[in-house]
Structure formats: structure tokens, C-alpha cells
Write a protein that binds this ligand. Structure first.
Ligand code: HEM
Length: 493
């Protein structure tokens, strides 16, 4: 691509800093909602059921929305400053729509107590809820706006890559399979972000269909849809977006880690085969959410089981292997950026493994809807994606030029990891003791041992979240100091 002018470069940099600051403001607010839920479980405070479920809904939707938005913004910045020309106006359009939809969701949840959970399971938003109808309407419109913003941003990025690299099949790396001498080389970020973003387009379109049906029912309450079909759609949407959030964040690791190890990371046949396989599996692995829907044909459950196992192998295993071979004997200087990338990959592996356990039908019979479920996805979000985000933010703030002085930042990172691990272990502990998920309190539970395990685990979780907050605070201070050090931020990358 044509070289960026300094002004264009600075403008793209400003956009990622705006995204970074938004992440740093919203993330602890959403963690606070999570902490309040655990405080309720620990019986340390009395939080009404309406409040609890509105917190849970805003926390779930907010976290998924925030993490995917930042993961996309991170790809945008790397692509726009290195590989393809991206329009800033589209970048800001995405930012504003995301911001407006977050405000809409926050109003519906915090003022209207909208509380059907992140998945808005049909017909829950319309029946017997303690929230007024306008909150369902506002949340639906906000989520639609979010989808439109994401969709336009993603299509713009895909179009720009197709223009630069000679079409869609080249972006998928198929020219490497044909073994042509004069093939068009592509950077790994182009391959991996194509594989991540195209399923994202499908998921968003499916989500839009669901939301339009919801909107129709808000306007015409006598309508009635097939609940199982809508559950399938919402699970395809939610599972796919959560999965590709990780894949988008991994594209940064492919791009930035070689700068620390001084080992280039090229696209080759193995990478092409594994990412292309991921493309397929990521679209069907959601079927493991259907195990308990015995109304559906058996073959869907079998496909769900096979796809869940298979999806764990290609991109994950190949990326892990790639990270290890990048680092092995590389004499990398262990600043905070490579450390967050290494621990983030470990969090991804651990969370992925416990997801595979849960997707095994015989385990799922026991673990279904217990705290094991939030345990697995919190692991790869909190110790995976969020760590990658902090690594990325340190990189943007200029850590690369400052690898020897990151001691305090590393202290913050370790504190965060210890806090997060304590919090996550208590979810696993709850799951293994059959403590159910999505209960506002465990107090009315008939089985005393389960009640005790729930409350005991939640108390330790609250303490651990306190430690996590201390880690966050230290990382925030070091990031802020780096961002405000003028001379270091001038010549980044
Ligand atoms: C320290 C940080 C966090 C805390 C304290 C926290 C806490 C919680 C708690 C207590 C629940 C309810 C569990 C239940 O009983 O079912 C929950 C659910 C959830 N959390 Fe987190 N969480 C944190 C980070 C995250 C992150 C990083 C994500 C990113 C995606 C996330 C996404 C979700 C989702 C999607 C749900 C399910 C909501 C629902 O069932 O509708 N959380 N979280």
C-alpha cells in the first residue's frame, strides 16, 4: 500500500487511543457489576433479584460488546498503519454507533431494570419480566445499531483487504495451496482477520434477523415465534462473536510478537490449512449449546460434539505452537508486552480445554448450567483476550521502546493474574460442586452442601476481585504515565 503521511498516521493513532481510553473506562465499570453479583452470591449484601438480573444482562452484553469492539479496533489500527488504506470516517462511525448502543443498553438495564440475560432468550423479554416493554424496545434497537456499526466496519475492512491483495481467495491464502511461484504473499494478519471477520458477518446478519423479529413483537405483541429456532439463532450469534473475539486478538500477536523475538512469522501451507479449517468449525461449533434440546434431530448433537473437538485443534494448536517457536531460544527481552502475550495464550489454552470438557456430552450432562460454564468463557476472556488487550495497549503506549523499565507494569500484571486466577478458580470450584449459574442468590437452595460451596466460593471470589482491581490500578497508572510521556510516543512502530 501507499505510505501513510504523518498526519494520516497520527489520525489513525488517535482513533486507537480513543478506543483504548474507552476500554479503560468501561471495563472496570463492568467488572464492578460482576463483583456486585459475586457479593450477592457471597451473602455479603442484599441485592434484589431485579437488580441482580439487570446487572447480569448489562455485564454480559457489555463485556462481549466491549471486547469484540476493541478486538476489531485493534485489527483496524494495525491494518490501516501497515497494510491497507482504511477510511477514518468509517472508523469513527463504528465508534459512535458502539458508544450510542452501549448508552442505550445501560439506560434499559440500570433505569428500566431490563434483565433477561445477554441472550435475551425468547420469549423471556416479552413475558412475566419485571421490566417495562420500552426496555425491550430500547435494548433491541441498541443492539441493532451495534450490529450495523460492526457490519459496516467489518465490510469496509474486508473490501480494503480484497482490493489490496487481489480478491477473497487470496485473503484466505488459497494461492499458497496451489504452489504457484509468483503467488501473492499475504501477511498473517490478513489471513487470520479474514477468517475471523467473515463468520462475524454471518453471525451479525443472523443476530439482525432475530432482533428484527423482536422489534416486530414489541410493536405487535400478539405475534408468536418458534422459541427453539430463536434459541438456535441467538446461540449461533453469541458463540461465534465470543470465539472470533479471541481470533481477532490473536491476529495482533501474529503481528507484534515478531517485533520482540526478531523472528518473522510468515504465512505457509500449514497455517492456511489450519485457519481455513477454523473458518468452517467456528461456524458450527455452537451446536454444543443444543445438547439439552432433545426436540432437535440427533445428528445436530453429533455434529456439535465433533465440531467442538475439531475446532480446538487447528488455529489454537497451530498458534500455540507458533508462539512457542517464536519464543524458544529467541533471547526475547521479557517486557510487559511479550509477557501478556504469553500468559494470554496460556489463558486461551486453559479456557479452551475446559470448554472442550464441557462440550463433551457425558460431562455436559453434569456440568450443564453450573458455574463451570461461566468458568470456561471467563478464563479465555479475562486471562486471554483482556491480557492481549493490555499487551496491545502497552505496545501502543510505547512500551516497545521501554522494555527495561517495565518493572512496575509487570507487578501490576502479576497482581491482576493472581486476582483473576482466584476469581476463576472459584467458578470452577462452584461448577464441580453443582452450584447453578444465573442464580441471584444461593440462599434458598435445598441442598445444604451446594449452598455452602456456592457462598464459600463467592466469598473467595470477592476477595480475589479486590486483588484484581489493585493489579488493574497499577497497570492503569503505568499506562497513563507512558501515554503522557510525549517524546516516546512520537515515533511509535
Ligand atoms: C473480574 C471480572 C469479571 C467478573 C467479576 C465477572 C463476574 C460475573 C458473574 C458473577 C456472572 C454471573 C455468573 C452466574 O451466576 O451465572 C457473570 C456472567 C457473565 N460474564 Fe462476567 N465477570 C467478569 C469478567 C467478564 C469478562 C471479561 C467477560 C467477557 C466476555 C464476561 C462476560 C460475561 C457473560 C457473557 C456472562 C453471562 C451473562 C448471562 O448469563 O446473561 N465477564 N460474570
Amino acid at each position: 500500500m501507499e505510505e501513510l503521511t504523518t498526519t494520516e498516521y497520527k489520525k489513525q493513532r488517535k482513533l486507537i487511543i480513543v478506543w483504548g481510553i474507552t476500554f479503560l473506562v468501561v471495563f472496570p465499570l463492568l467488572v464492578t457489576l460482576g463483583m456486585l453479583m459475586r457479593i450477592s452470591h457471597a451473602e455479603l449484601a442484599d441485592i434484589s433479584a431485579e437488580r441482580f438480573y439487570s446487572f447480569m444482562t448489562l455485564h454480559g452484553l457489555g463485556m462481549i460488546g466491549l471486547l469484540f469492539s476493541f478486538a476489531f479496533a485493534g485489527i483496524w489500527y494495525l491494518l490501516s498503519t501497515r497494510y491497507v488504506k482504511l477510511k477514518l470516517s468509517v472508523g469513527y462511525f463504528v465508534y459512535i454507533t458502539v458508544l450510542l448502543s452501549v448508552i442505550g443498553l445501560a439506560v434499559a438495564a440500570l433505569i428500566g431494570k431490563f434483565g433477561p440475560g445477554w441472550y435475551l432468550l425468547y420469549p423471556l423479554p416479552f413475558i412475566g419480566g419485571s421490566w417495562p416493554v420500552w426496555t425491550t424496545g430500547l435494548s433491541t434497537v441498541s443492539l441493532l445499531a451495534l450490529g450495523v456499526g460492526w457490519l459496516i466496519g467489518i465490510l469496509h475492512v474486508l473490501y480494503a483487504m480484497a482490493k489490496e491483495y487481489g480478491g477473497f481467495t487470496n485473503m484466505l491464502g488459497w494461492q499458497y495451496i496451489k504452489n504457484k511461484e509468483d503467488k501473492r504473499e499475504i501477511p498473517v494478519i490478513v489471513l487470520a482477520s479474514t477468517i475471523s471477520l467473515v463468520p462475524g458477518v454471518l453471525a451479525i446478519l443472523a443476530g439482525a434477523v432475530l432482533l428484527i423479529m423482536y422489534l416486530l413483537q414489541v410493536m405487535e405483541p400478539s405475534l408468536n415465534f418458534d422459541a427453539l429456532m430463536l434459541k438456535n439463532i441467538v446461540m449461533f450469534f453469541g458463540h461465534t462473536i465470543a470465539n472470533i473475539t479471541m481470533y481477532c486478538a490473536v491476529t495482533w500477536v501474529y503481528t507484534l510478537l515478531p517485533e520482540y523475538t526478531k523472528r518473522p512469522w510468515y504465512v505457509d501451507k500449514v497455517l492456511v490449512y489450519s485457519w481455513n479449517a477454523t473458518f468452517f468449525f467456528v461456524c458450527i461449533a455452537f451446536l454444543h449449546h443444543m445438547y439439552m434440546d432433545l426436540e432437535q434431530p440427533l445428528y445436530l448433537q453429533i455434529i456439535g460434539q465433533v465440531a467442538s473437538y475439531s475446532s480446538a485443534i487447528p488455529a489454537t494448536a497451530i498458534t500455540m505452537f507458533g508462539i512457542i517457536s517464536q519464543l524458544y531460544h529467541s533471547r526475547v527481552k521479557w517486557g510487559v508486552v511479550p509477557l501478556t502475550f504469553l500468559f494470554g495464550a496460556a489463558g486461551w489454552a486453559i479456557g479452551g480445554l475446559s470448554a472442550v470438557v464441557d462440550s463433551t456430552i457425558s460431562f455436559n450432562k453434569v456440568l450443564h448450567n453450573t458455574l463451570w460454564v461461566p468458568a470456561h468463557f471467563h478464563t479465555y476472556m479475562l486471562l486471554g483476550v483482556v491480557l492481549f488487550i493490555f499487551g496491545y495497549l502497552y505496545y501502543v503506549a510505547g512500551e516497545k521502546k521501554d522494555i527495561h523499565t517495565g518493572g512496575v507494569a509487570k507487578l501490576g500484571l502479576w497482581t491482576y493474574i493472581i486476582g483473576a486466577a482466584g476469581f476463576l478458580l472459584m467458578f470452577y470450584y462452584g461448577g464441580m460442586n453443582s452450584v447453578p449459574r444465573r442464580y441471584n442468590t444461593y440462599s434458598g437452595m435445598g441442598v445444604d452442601a451446594t449452598h455452602q460451596a456456592g457462598v464459600y466460593g463467592a466469598k473467595i471470589a470477592v476477595f480475589s476481585i479486590g486483588i484484581l482491581f489493585i493489579g488493574l490500578l497499577i497497570m492503569y497508572v503505568t499506562l497513563f504515565l507512558k501515554l503522557t510521556k510525549k517524546d516516546e510516543t512520537k515515533n511509535l512502530d
